[in-house]
Design a protein around this ligand. Structure first.
Ligand code: CA
Length: 513
């Protein structure tokens, strides 16, 4: 009756000392993958970040009823590249989507939606896609134009342009629920509900503008980082709250142009008196940075409140229809985000706030409730997880690994101990130099190699969790450094990284300094 169980016995040896999974895997479960855009793990309350930035009760429900992954990383911390890697299960140098400035996704590649569609799943993508070419492998797709806008967003539905009034997170959820309601109930489904929020410029639902009652947010310890102890890349970047964050659009001194008159009235009723009070103070220096930080965090967390509330709507629908018991629900983000750490917003770096992303998976009857997993997992693992779950053979080309044994509570003995990372885009938009490296449970190794630089950094996160001081070259770390540098060479070979790159992978021709 179930061809999948013998496969499991062959592929998933149980590590010595670990209990065998008690749960069997039901055949062809539904897959509902909700992904946010730029949602920092620090802003999911289930992760318990020290600042207690916010409460996300619906996301926390997924953690409490399923598994919370504490070490999930992305291979290239940028919207388009991470999405291309998620959909193909491959690194950027394999799928060809290196950056957001000159890449177009080759939709003829093998992706898990295509393979699931061929295996009889109904497949749908609703929300932000941002890979330039039309989606392939979906029975139904409805995507935002490019990056998308927050209010009254135009969308493209199976090739036809449509426009909906309202707030983008609500609309993507409405469209997802509508699709679920009309689907063929005789077939399993795979729905990708990919939200735009909380991407820059962080514009919340108008009903949520006063959600925090003018709270003053705790400052991160490193808001005024001077980048001492690190190299040229950290000193040269252009992504600080102090200098890069714009007063008008980012800090809401000017309303976005896509609001209708009624929406504009509601927007102004919230922001105008607060903006006037701010302007009257003539803040400068640190006080100005602290004000910008607070406005940014308010807007960012307001967007996340909209995502969390809409995840609650989806979970309620699954409960009400009885779908919850045979539907895997995945919540993740295309990468992490800096919420003021190092004085930054945005992502891109190999550092923990950026390369690490939230991952919550609920699968009743298979994943024991309330489990926490600390193995090193990644965005590319999802493709193989979905395929194995559906009983579909995994293509050789894919470079992740199925999470199914981890979900069942039995990590294979040969699970990865070091994760390879590679970021390319430079100089636009934030002048973060291309770098590659490794992340282990304790160390971060980074090689900044272009343009016209060649230096390494090593961080001991056990002693320096904020990654503030590179210990590369220090005698005490000689052995660790040698081992990690050998491992990064080995992984580059295994992953088929080219030795010499075409400068086009950076997105723009790098300028000579
Ligand atoms: Ca993103």
């Amino acid at each position: 009756m179930n061809k999948f169980l013998p496969l499991l016995c062959t592929l998933l040896p149980i590590a010595p000392g670990l209990a065998a999974p008690t749960n069997t895997v039901p055949p062809r479960p539904n897959i509902l993958f909700i992904m946010a855009d730029d949602h920092a793990w620090q802003a999911v309350s289930a992760y318990g970040e020290a600042r207690h930035l916010n409460q996300t009760p619906n996301l926390d429900r997924l953690a409490h009823e399923g598994m919370r992954f504490d070490r999930c990383f992305v291979n290239n911390s940028l919207c388009g590249p991470s999405r291309a890697s998620i959909i193909t299960g491959t690194y950027s140098h394999i799928n060809g989507f290196y950056n957001n400035s000159n890449c177009r996704f080759d939709g003829s590649q093998t992706t898990y939606p295509k393979l699931l569609q061929q295996a009889g799943y109904q497949t749908a993508l609703i929300g932000k896609w941002h890979l330039e070419s039309d989606p392939t492998g979906f029975d139904y797709w409805e995507i935002l134009l490019g990056q998308g806008i927050y209010y009254n967003p135009p969308m493209i539905r199976n090739g036809q342009r449509v426009k909906y009034p309202g707030y983008v997170t609500d609309i993507i959820t409405d469209r997802s629920l509508d699709w679920l309601k009309q689907r063929d109930t005789n077939k399993p489904f795979m729905l990708l509900c990919w939200q735009k929020a909380p991407h820059r410029e962080w514009e919340p639902a108008l009903r949520d503008l006063d959600f925090d009652h003018d709270r003053t947010y705790p400052l991160p310890e490193t808001l005024f980082d001077d980048y001492a102890g690190r190299g040229l890349a950290e000193h040269e970047q252009d992504m600080t709250i102090a200098k890069t964050m714009r007063m008008k659009a980012d800090c809401k001194l000017v309303a976005p142009g896509d609001l209708n008159p009624e929406q504009k009235t509601n927007w102004d009723a919230y922001y105008e008196p607060r903006n006037q009070a701010f302007l009257a103070k003539n803040l400068t220096g640190r006080a100005l940075v602290e004000w910008k930080y607070n406005r940014y965090v308010h807007d960012y967390l307001g967007c996340i409140k909209g995502v969390d509330d809409n995840v609650g709507r989806i979970l309620k629908y699954l409960d009400d229809t009885g779908l919850a018991s045979n539907t895997i629900v995945i919540y993740s983000s295309d990468q992490g985000f800096f919420v003021g750490e190092h004085g930054w917003f945005d992502k891109r770096w190999i550092f923990q706030e950026s390369a690490r992303t939230p991952l919550l998976i609920r699968w009743p009857g298979v994943v024991a409730a309330g489990r926490v997993n600390r193995d090193i997992v990644c965005n590319m693992d999802l493709a193989e997880t979905f395929l194995q779950t559906a009983g579909v053979p995994i293509p050789e080309r894919m470079q992740g690994r199925s999470l199914l044994p981890l979900l069942q509570g039995a990590t294979p003995a040969d699970w990865r101990k070091a994760f390879y990372y590679h970021y390319y885009e430079y100089p636009a938009f934030h002048r973060v130099r291309p770098h590659y490296g490794l992340i282990t449970d304790r160390y971060t190794l980074a090689h900044f190699y272009a343009p016209d630089v060649d230096y390494w950094e090593l961080f001991d996160r056990e002693k320096d969790p904020g990654e503030m001081r590179s210990v590369f070259g220090e005698p005490a770390y000689a052995e660790v450094q040698t081992n990690l540098m050998q491992e990064v060479v080995r992984q580059r070979q295994v992953l088929k990284e080219p030795d010499v790159e075409d400068p086009k992978v950076f997105g723009q021709t790098p300028k000579k300094p």
